[in-house]
Design a protein around this ligand. Structure first.
Ligand code: NAI
Ligand code: HPV
Length: 528
């Protein structure tokens, strides 16, 4: 596997990638040398970027072997998510790794701007001593309005409370409990927050809704002398409107870490004395970069290995513990799904997934993805993965319905799939014994207790003497060892199903010979 790193990440991260046996190329120039990037990206399985490299539709068209985009950081606004999902490319980031640094930088900008620290520093370093031009303002007793009370916003909120600030926030997407948890007053309308705040700090992602959300209209109603900070994304506070509001004396100072266009040395904000600007340094601390580097390396490695990754942006969000608890169910889900196209050939109309018992209390959306991945893998191979499994079903006109039953049946937990076609419904069910032992417990109404193994022979036969012996003889003759064997029937003398786990592949000729045995109705080698 080859990984291209186009922006500076911590040495520890590079080492971790190398130690996993990947071939790593680091070329920081490629973040801005677009032509060369597009030219060589086809040679790579994964790319690791920060906020500079633009991962857009044109990029994906050249990245024909790409499986993973690793964002060594938090914001993913430089990455086209739809393009990745359509192609089954996993996008992973490190949303927790640099939050403290971003919050601390926000606070640094807030204090430095309201006390004119950078301006005074430049002044004295130019060999001037004059205290008259730098009078600041205290924080204590002032109102800080936070827009976006997420990871970083909430850290800023609690830290600024220690300065004696009254903290209010506008975030329509979080619960009242989150406001209470951080002792932050909830403001229902952005306009009201703007009117009440002495300081405004934005902490939302850049979205269609947030881009320009603090603009000319908002500045018209803001308190005269309001101070603003943007350490989130350029343009959340509209840059032109900010320049105007500063010139008009509405905004007393601004602390800015991010600009709409980066890198940028020509923004009019740079000409204003009461604006202090840093070149996107929010995440630039030793701790954050070590954290980010090591985390992204681990994530890219697991994503390349084809598994679920906790911080995959275009997959259900899972915490590490949740993922641990779900691992065996993901494996079981894939196994159940894989049975279908290896046993049946009918086009699917609908897939029902029923979770019952203890698994019903878990975050099962990822297990449904595992089932869908399993269903399509035998016919689409590596073109289907966790990222595009749902989309693949949708594009094929297949509806997917999940339901949960908390009542326990025969098993502590059970995952059941009903695959509905025009002619019939295929069913399969499985359970997890103990902590991690997956078992197939039912296929098409026949009950088993079968441990999935890479090769399974599944036969439908008439329930009569001699069937097992004949299959055993034919497999023995072709040197295939039977590991385990289970036979299930519902009515004596009618149809039965055999489940034989075998230690190696069974060749076509042997399969044909078994198929020709009188009483064998159907035989399939299933690869799980
Ligand atoms: N300057 C830097 O170097 C860094 C910047 N960032 C940026 O900081 C920002 C915040 O990051 P996190 O706190 O980790 O994100 P988060 O996802 O934890 O929190 C964002 C919050 O914004 C809220 N939100 C979304 N749309 C909103 C709207 N229209 N109005 C009000 N609230 C809205 C969400 O409900 C959420 O609570 C992101 O833009 C991220 O890219 C992050 C790290 C470093
Ligand atoms: O993590 C983020 O969202 C940041 O803004 C940090 O960006 P960077 O990795 O320093 O280019």
């Amino acid at each position: 596997m080859k990984v291209l790193v186009t922006e500076k990440i911590a040495e520890k991260g590079i080492e971790a990638l190398k130690n996993s046996g990947m071939e790593i190329d680091v070329d920081i120039q490629l973040s801005v040398d677009r032509e060369r990037l597009l030219d060589i990206i086809k040679n790579y399985d994964a790319i690791v970027v920060r906020s500079v490299t633009k991962i857009d539709e044109e990029f994906y068209q050249h990245a024909t072997n790409l499986k993973v985009v690793g964002r060594a950081g938090n914001g993913v606004d430089n990455i086209n998510m739809e393009g990745a999902t359509n192609r089954g490319i996993i996008v992973v980031n490190t949303p927790e790794a640099n939050t403290v640094s971003a919050a601390e930088h926000t606070i640094g900008l807030l204090i430095a701007s309201c006390r004119n620290i950078p301006q005074a520093n430049s002044f004295i370093k130019n060999r001037n001593w004059d205290r008259s031009g730098f009078k600041g303002t205290e924080l204590q007793g002032k109102t800080l309005g936070i827009v976006g009370l997420g990871r970083i916003g909430s850290l800023v909120a609690t830290r600024m409370q220690a300065f004696g600030m009254r903290v209010i926030a506008y975030d329509p997407y979080i619960t009242d409990e989150r406001f209470s948890k951080f002792s932050v007053e909830k403001i229902k309308k952005l306009g009201d927050l703007v009117k009440k705040s002495d300081f405004i700090s934005v902490h939302t992602p850049k979205t269609e809704e947030t881009f320009g959300m603090i603009g000319e209209e908002e500045f018209k109603t803001a308190k005269k002398g309001v101070r603003v900070v943007n350490c989130a994304r350029g343009g959340i506070i509209d840059e032109d409107a900010l320049v105007k509001a500063i010139r008009e004396g509405i905004v007393a100072s601004a602390g800015i870490d991010v600009l709409v266009n980066e890198p940028n040395t020509t923004s009019p904000l740079l000409d204003l004395d009461n604006v202090i600007i840093t070149p996107h340094l929010g995440a630039d601390t030793v701790e954050a970069q070590n954290n980010v580097g090591v985390t992204i390396a681990q994530e890219v490695i697991s994503a390349l290995k084809g598994g679920m990754v906790p911080n995959a942006v275009n997959l259900p969000t899972l915490q590490h513990q949740e993922l641990e608890a779900l691992k065996s169910y993901l494996q079981l889900g894939e196994v159940l799904g894989k049975l279908y196209h290896q046993l049946e050939k009918k086009p699917i109309e609908k897939i029902e997934v029923i979770y019952s018992g203890t698994v019903a209390d878990m975050e099962t959306s990822a297990v449904t993805l595992a089932i869908l991945k399993g269903v399509f893998e035998p016919i689409l191979k590596e073109r289907v993965n966790y990222v595009n499994a749902r989309l693949t079903a949708k594009n094929r006109g297949i509806s997917v319905v999940e339901s949960k039953q908390t009542v326990n049946g025969d098993y502590m937990n059970k995952v059941r799939i009903n695959i509905i076609t025009k002619e019939k419904t295929f069913t399969a069910a499985g359970t997890i014994f103990g902590k991690k032992d997956a078992r197939i417990v039912e296929v098409n109404g026949f009950e088993f207790d079968a441990t999935p193994t890479p090769y399974v022979l599944v036969a439908n036969n008439t329930d009569k003497p001699g069937m097992i012996g004949q299959i055993g003889t034919l497999l023995g003759a072709s040197k295939v060892n039977i590991a385990t064997m289970q036979v299930s029937r519902n009515v004596k003398g009618q149809e039965a199903m055999m489940f034989l786990t075998v230690d190696s592949e069974v060749d076509k000729e042997t399969l044909n010979m078994i198929g020709n045995v009188e009483g064998i109705l159907k035989i399939n080698l299933v690869k799980l």
